[in-house]
Design a protein around this ligand. Structure first.
Ligand code: CO
Length: 483
């Protein structure tokens, strides 16, 4: 009998449901529409989830750009049906829900507004694990009395936890610093799905020794290890795990909730959730599946990407590399790129590979292979070497840095302060530029975050330009065709 089966204090595993955010972001390119969430919203609220992740990550970008939906309306609408379960969002620190650092005035206004539209728990992360990029977010989350989930991006340089960079002391140091910042819980965010069962057992065990805060594990099924990782994390005492309803689970998404619920029944970590009700909710997702089928990746027979076990390169990053190489007619050189990535990454200070650093390192690695090392330099890569994203886990290679910054428009001497200290306030100028088209503070923020597509969205929203058929919901598209 293992420890978990023995009698002892009952300590149910808490479940965060990610169906309405990371679930469809992972399998359907974030295309799930609010109208398809509403029919099961009230029943989801009855399940007893610790939280439901409904916003943040890529949802804001996708909604206004491709779905013709106002991103601010989704949490407001869901809140009408989901009254008990707290709402969680994924927030990219100073990058908010975009791809660059925004000035502090934008960050303050965004977090305040997110609280106002119904977000209760903020999972804040930074691609470099540079906690200075959390400061302004945390200030506003706390001022609004909301939950700050301090997040550690899990990364590796080899198949297992350890080595010179992403080792146990690295993660324990971050844990202590997040607690000191006022975290209400701490999340380990494994975006690539590379955490292995015994590594997470060791990590959670050690983290429990340095903090009393609830520990939350987020992983992706990508490599096929995620369910095993959850079980070992649960044995080590992890408090909360992220899952999706079965139809939106597995593949590059999260583990499914249903098997986890049954696996834990009768143990002292029993979730107490009703598997029959969960299965019934999944039926709705099956029913709407035909609408979204075209976004599902069907190019491989395998549901997992076993290659990740060999090279630890996140799935999203690989698909970007493939399309970049295809455009250059150089797909046959992908093995060279796989070899180049660790080298470029090390020279760039070994950033974790997560949005946006995964793209930045990936693009530069391709350029290094195709055009010769650092003969061409991607602008964002130069910004990373300049210090604009923050402090990297290891020092940047000084020789490479010199070469890369030689023609950099911002200057040759790298900066070392908090990245946003180098940014001027933005909102006043944005307000002037967008003028009357932004009728609310929410509109102004949409424009501040996404100037080009945000302005386009506001034109659709207020009927200045007709919304293209391709952006409308499928039902409306059908109706349009009938005319
Ligand atoms: Co994720």
């Amino acid at each position: 009998m293992t420890e978990i089966m023995k009698n002892g204090p009952v300590n149910p595993v808490k479940i965060q449901d990610n169906t309405f955010r990371d679930g469809h972001q992972s399998i359907y390119a974030t295309r799930m529409r609010t109208e398809d969430m509403l029919p099961i919203a009230e029943r989801m609220d009855e399940m007893g989830f610790w939280a439901m992740e409904v916003w943040g990550g890529a949802t804001f970008d996708t909604m206004h750009r491709f779905l013709g939906e106002d991103p601010w309306e989704r949490p407001k609408l869901l809140k009408k049906y989901i009254k008990k379960t707290p709402f969680a969002m994924l927030l990219r620190g100073q990058n908010l829900v975009g791809y660059r650092n925004y000035a502090d005035d934008v960050v303050r206004a965004f977090v305040d507004k997110a609280c106002e539209v119904g977000i209760d728990i903020f999972r804040v992360f930074d691609a470099l694990n540079d906690l200075r990029n959390f400061e302004i977010c945390v200030e506003r989350i706390k001022a609004n009395g909301k939950h700050f989930e301090g997040t550690i991006c899990y990364s590796l340089t080899e198949p297992h936890l350890g080595g010179d960079v992403f080792n146990m002391p690295y993660y324990l140091d971050l844990t202590k610093r997040l607690e000191a910042m006022g975290a209400d819980s701490i999340a380990v965010k494994d975006m690539a799905g590379i955490v292995s069962p015994y590594d997470i057992f060791a990590l959670i065990t050690e983290m429990k020794k340095v903090t009393k805060l609830p520990l939350h594990l987020h992983t992706h099924y990508t490599s096929g290890m995620a369910s095993m990782a959850y079980l070992k994390a649960i044995e080590a005492g992890v408090d909360i795990v992220d899952t999706c309803l079965a139809p939106y689970a597995l593949r590059t998404s999260m583990p499914a909730v249903e098997p986890l619920v049954v696996a834990l029944q009768g143990t002292k970590r029993d979730t107490g959730m009703d598997v029959h009700k969960l299965i019934a909710l999944g039926e709705h997702l099956e029913a709407i599946a035909p609408k979204y089928q075209k976004h599902l990746a069907t190019n491989t027979l395998s549901l997992i990407d076993a290659g990740v076990l060999a090279h630890q390169i996140p799935g999203g990053m690989i698909s970007n590399l493939v399309s970049q190489l295809k455009e250059m007619n150089a797909l046959h050189r992908i093995d060279e790129v796989y070899k180049e990535i660790p080298r470029t990454r090390k020279e760039a200070g070994t950033p974790p590979l997560v949005t946006p650093t995964s793209q930045i390192v990936g693009v530069q690695s391709v350029m290094n292979v195709i055009g010769g090392r650092y003969k061409m330099v991607n602008n964002q890569f130069a910004d990373l070497m300049y210090g604009l994203y923050g402090k990297t886990p290891t020092p940047i290679d000084p020789e490479v840095q010199k070469v890369v910054l030689k023609r950099h428009k911002r200057g040759q001497t790298p900066v070392t302060g908090r990245p946003a200290d180098y940014l001027e306030p933005e909102l006043a100028e944005d307000k002037q530029k967008i003028g009357d088209l932004a009728k609310t503070e929410e509109d102004l923020l949409t424009y501040a975050l996404y100037p080009a597509t945000g302005e386009q969205f506001l034109k659709w929203k207020y009927g200045v330009e007709p919304m293209p058929e391709s952006v409308k919901p499928p039902a409306a598209q059908e109706a349009g065709k009938g005319k």
